[in-house]
Design a protein around this ligand. Structure first.
Ligand SMILES: C[S@@+](CC[C@H](N)C(=O)[O-])C[C@H]1O[C@@H](n2cnc3c(N)ncnc32)[C@H](O)[C@@H]1O
Length: 284
C-alpha cells in the first residue's frame, strides 16, 4: 500500500481493536443506532442510487443504505480494516446491491463520478490528510453528488468519552491524549475546521450541525461501562498501560456508578451524545 500516513490507523483497526468491534458488533450497532439514523435522515438515499460508505466497519450503515436503494441501486462498503470488512461482507452477502472494498479512502483509485452519495458513521475522522481524502471521495461522486458524515463533537460535550476517560486516567495515569482535530476519533471535532477541510476537498454547500442523539445499551449502566472498557474511551488507557483485571474492574465499577444517572425506567441506559453532522455536495 502507498504510504498515506494512515498505516497506524490501518494496523489499529485491523488488530485486536478491530477484532473486538467484530465480536461486539451487535452491541456496538445498538449503541450507535441513533447515529446511523441521523446520517440516513440527512443523506436522504433514494431507490436506485449508488452509495459509497466510507470507513464502513462492520457494515451497519451500508446495510441500511442497501435497503434504502433497493435491488436497482448499489452500495459499496469500503474500509481499511480486513476483519471489519469481512464482517460487513458476511452480513450483506445475500444482497445483490451490496459490495465491499478493502481500501484506504484517502487514495483509493475508484472510478470518477460514479456515486450519487457518500455516507459515513464515524469513519472519516482518521485520515492523515483530510483535504486529500475528501477530494478523493469527491472525485468518486457524480456532479451534484451529496455527502452526509457523522463525527464526534468534542469529549467535553460527550459524557460517553468524558466519564470513562476520567476514571481510566484516575486509576492508571494519563495515556497519550486523544488530540482534537488530529487523526483519531476526535479528528473532526471542531465544526469550523471540519467544514474547512471538506471545502478544501472541493466540496460546496458545506454545513455542520451539532445534533444530539442517545447512545444506548439495553442492559443498563454496568453493561455499558463494560463495553467502554472493551472498545473506545477507557479501552485506550487500559491497552496503553496493559492494566490488569483488578484495575479494569475498578475502572468499570467507577464508570458504571456514574452511568447510573443515564438509566431508564426500562433498565436500559441512554447517554446523550453530541454529534457533528456534516453535509456537502460536489459542484455541477
Ligand atoms: C469508529 S469505526 C466506525 C465503523 C463503522 N462506520 C460503524 O459506525 O460501525 C471507524 C472505521 O473507519 C475505518 N477507517 C479508518 N481509517 C480509514 C481509511 N483511511 N480508509 C478507510 N477506512 C478507514 C476503520 O477501519 C474503522 O472501521
Amino acid at each position: 500500500m502507498t504510504d498515506t500516513g494512515n498505516a497506524s490507523e490501518r494496523d489499529f483497526w485491523s488488530g485486536p481493536s478491530g477484532q473486538s468491534w467484530v465480536t461486539s458488533q451487535e452491541e456496538m450497532d445498538t449503541q450507535l443506532a441513533e447515529v446511523a439514523d441521523l446520517v440516513m435522515r440527512h443523506a436522504e438515499p433514494r431507490k436506485g442510487e449508488r452509495i459509497l460508505d466510507i470507513g464502513s466497519g462492520a457494515g451497519a450503515l451500508s446495510l441500511m443504505a442497501a435497503e434504502a436503494v433497493g435491488p436497482t441501486g448499489h452500495v459499496l462498503a469500503t474500509d481499511i480494516s480486513k476483519p471489519l470488512l469481512d464482517c460487513a461482507n458476511k452480513r450483506g452477502r445475500d444482497l445483490p446491491q451490496f459490495q465491499t472494498l478493502l481500501a484506504d479512502a484517502q487514495i483509493t483509485d475508484w472510478p470518477d463520478m460514479d456515486y450519487d452519495l457518500a455516507i459515513s458513521r464515524f469513519g472519516v475522522m482518521f485520515f492523515a490528510d483530510p483535504p486529500a481524502a475528501f477530494a478523493n471521495i469527491a472525485r468518486a461522486l457524480k456532479p451534484g453528488g451529496r455527502i452526509a458524515f457523522a463525527a464526534w463533537a468534542p469529549p467535553s460535550d460527550n459524557p460517553f468519552w468524558k466519564i470513562p476517560t476520567q476514571h481510566a486516567v484516575a486509576h492508571l495515569g494519563q495515556p497519550p491524549k486523544i488530540e482534537l482535530n488530529t487523526p483519531g476519533p476526535m479528528g473532526l471535532a471542531d465544526v469550523d475546521l471540519a467544514c474547512g477541510r471538506l471545502a478544501k476537498g472541493g466540496l460546496i454547500d458545506v454545513a455542520c450541525r451539532v445534533e444530539t442523539v442517545q447512545l444506548r445499551h439495553p442492559k443498563g449502566a454496568r453493561a455499558f461501562a463494560n463495553l467502554c472498557c472493551r472498545i473506545s474511551a477507557a479501552k485506550r488507557a487500559i491497552s496503553h498501560f496493559e492494566a490488569d483485571s483488578a484495575a479494569q474492574k475498578a475502572i468499570e465499577d467507577a464508570i458504571a456508578a456514574d452511568f447510573v444517572q443515564f438509566e431508564q425506567p426500562d433498565g436500559g441506559c441512554a447517554i446523550p451524545a453530541s454529534i457533528n453532522l456534516l453535509t456537502a455536495r460536489k459542484p455541477h
